[in-house]
Write a protein that binds this ligand. Structure first.
Ligand code: 5GP
Length: 114
């Protein structure tokens, strides 16, 4: 898998506003936030796209979701609500090929997305 900007954030080679970290997951604020809260949850183990995830990585994928929910609860916006999403490849709008869960909150989010 080619190197991405997120690998460099993981290695602390470039700065990021990190809001959560555990053994498996790193979370940091998006550089170009699309909502008052816009945090990216990434696995420390790089996976290029959701298409590349394997059943052996099911627990890791679940950890991204649970970390996002825990963050929403800890920050006090879980009850108001939030959105989590993962873009995949060109039509999904993926630009960084190290999977990441977007957590968006802090304003009413419209549906359908663009
Ligand atoms: P994608 O379009 O792949 O789903 O999302 C990539 C996200 O990464 C975008 O929302 C973009 O703003 C964010 N991003 C790209 N480069 C950087 C960076 O260097 N630092 C941070 N914090 N976010 C980045």
């Amino acid at each position: 898998m080619p190197e991405t900007i997120f690998s460099r954030i993981l290695r602390r080679e470039i700065p990021a506003d990190i809001v959560f970290e555990d053994e498996h997951v790193l979370a940091f604020r998006d550089l170009h936030p699309q909502a008052p809260v816009h945090v990216l949850f990434i696995p420390k183990q790089p996976i290029a796209t959701l298409n590349d995830a394997t059943p052996a990585q099911a627990e890791l994928l679940g950890r991204l979701l649970l970390a996002a929910a825990a963050y929403a609860k800890a920050q006090g916006f879980a009850e108001d609500g939030y959105r989590v999403l993962m873009n995949c490849n060109r039509d999904g709008g993926q630009t960084v090929f190290h999977i990441h869960l977007h957590l968006l909150a802090g304003r009413p989010l419209t549906w359908p997305p663009g």
